[in-house]
Ligand binder design. Structure first.
Ligand code: ADP
Length: 392
């Protein structure tokens, strides 16, 4: 196990800034996911940890020791990429054994014929085979050890690649979109396996993905990046419920968070399509804000009133236990989605007008710069605003 600390990491390719002053740390044994759209600099950051790329400024420390300048080999780190990069002419066993062979045997001992004549070679070779066999058992690929990569499915190949990374038992695992080449079903299955692997090994994992569901299900904490910038580092739950930036809120959750433009009125009052809301903005009248409303924070209701908005049903998406209702409040307000339990929504039809009650305490408010704004709930109660940007 090992902790990792990033301090003021910056990197440009040519004149293009790719990473902008990133500072955060990963605890020993933690599973941290870097989440962000394609091209935001996730892989570059991972490659810097591995020693495959050098930052322009800032430091990376492992267990408090600065590792900048250390060759990749000298770092106790394994990296798994989306492309499995297995050697096609070698068997699974040989592929998995390779990191140990390179490490435990000298160049002379690795020679095919001469090496075998040296007495120590045989003993070390037996040790390596035992290590590989044990790991292959854990990864459920023991019966594939004599096959070549070409004779394996995508999921099996990915497991072999994981096995090869794990065989040295490094303190730190770096994974760059390791599941992106797999089909949807296998991705979910491998996700569970990676999680289990992390639990068994207790090693520190940094996992890169643009898939929010992977990030949310796998991680102890998620670091959300956009455009080379670190937006927030927090637990999946905090990222979802308490995002500090509109881009973070948009990045997690399916269906996406509803974003509705509004103008602050006297005393911080806010209305949605003419309906007054209990939430109050701590902002001057006339300030343009964006309301962030998660689809599950809307519920069917019978009576008009505070926080209740009348909408026309434009579309119904039946998802089994839930129904996504596409709702239009007024022509001037962008349509939004309500996620209702299917059992509550049996009578709803397209074209109908229904009443939806907004859970005002869960409404998020964002300013023109995209930053989260503090809110109050009218009637004196304070809205949840225990937000915190964890970055240290
Ligand atoms: P992500 O992993 O988030 O998709 P990357 O870290 O791979 O993003 O890339 C970030 C940006 O840096 C991209 O615009 C990419 O084209 C650019 N980039 C990556 N590597 C290089 C390189 N060696 N030379 C020039 N540009 C690069």
């Amino acid at each position: 196990m090992a902790s990792i600390a990033f301090t003021h990491i910056a990197k440009s390719f040519g004149n293009t800034p790719i990473l902008r002053d990133l500072s955060f740390s990963v605890a020993s044994g933690e599973f941290l996911t870097i989440l962000g759209p394609s091209g935001c600099g996730k892989s570059t950051l991972l490659r810097i940890v591995a020693g495959l790329e050098r930052q322009d400024s800032g430091t990376v420390a492992v267990d408090g020791k600065i590792v900048d300048g250390l060759a990749p080999k000298a770092r106790d780190i394994a990296m798994v990429f989306q492309s499995y990069a297995l050697y096609p002419h070698m068997t699974v066993a040989e592929n998995m054994a390779l990191p140990l062979t390179m490490r435990r045997l000298s160049a002379l001992q690795r020679l095919p014929l001469l090496g075998r004549l040296m007495p120590a070679t045989r003993q070390i070779g037996a040790g390596i085979r035992a290590d590989v066999a044990r790991l292959a058992g854990a990864l459920a690929i023991a019966d594939l050890l004599q096959r070549k990569p070409g004779q394996l499915s995508g999921g099996q190949r990915q497991r072999v690649a994981l096995g090869r990374a794990m065989v040295r038992q490094p303190a730190i695992f770096l994974m760059d979109e390791p599941l992106s080449n797999l089909d949807a079903e296998l991705r979910v299955q491998m996700r569970a396996e990676i999680k289990e692997l992390h639990r068994q090994l207790g090693a520190t994992f940094i996992y890169v993905t643009h898939d929010q569901s992977e990030a949310m299900t796998l991680s102890d904490r998620v670091a959300v990046m956009a455009g080379g910038e670190l937006l927030q580092v927090a637990s999946p739950r905090q990222i979802y419920e308490d995002p500090i930036d509109r881009r973070v809120a948009e990045f997690v959750g399916a269906p996406k968070i509803n974003l509705i433009e509004a103008i602050v009125a006297e005393d911080g009052a806010i209305a949605l399509a003419g309906t007054p809301l209990s939430v109050r903005a701590k902002a001057d009248p006339g300030t343009a804000v964006t309301l962030g409303l998660r689809p599950e924070h809307l519920a069917l209701c019978n009576e008009p009133g505070r926080d209740v908005v009348a909408v026309r049903v434009r579309l119904l998406e039946h998802m089994g236990s839930d129904v996504f209702v596409h709702a239009q409040a007024q022509a001037s307000v962008a349509p939004f989605i309500a996620r209702l339990a299917a059992s509550h929504a049996t009578d709803i039809a397209i074209g109908q007008t229904i009443l939806l009650k907004i859970d005002a305490a869960r409404l998020l408010l964002f300013g023109g710069d995209g930053r989260r704004m503090d809110t109050d709930i009218a009637q004196g109660t304070t809205a949840a605003s225990g937000r915190a940007k964890e970055s240290a």
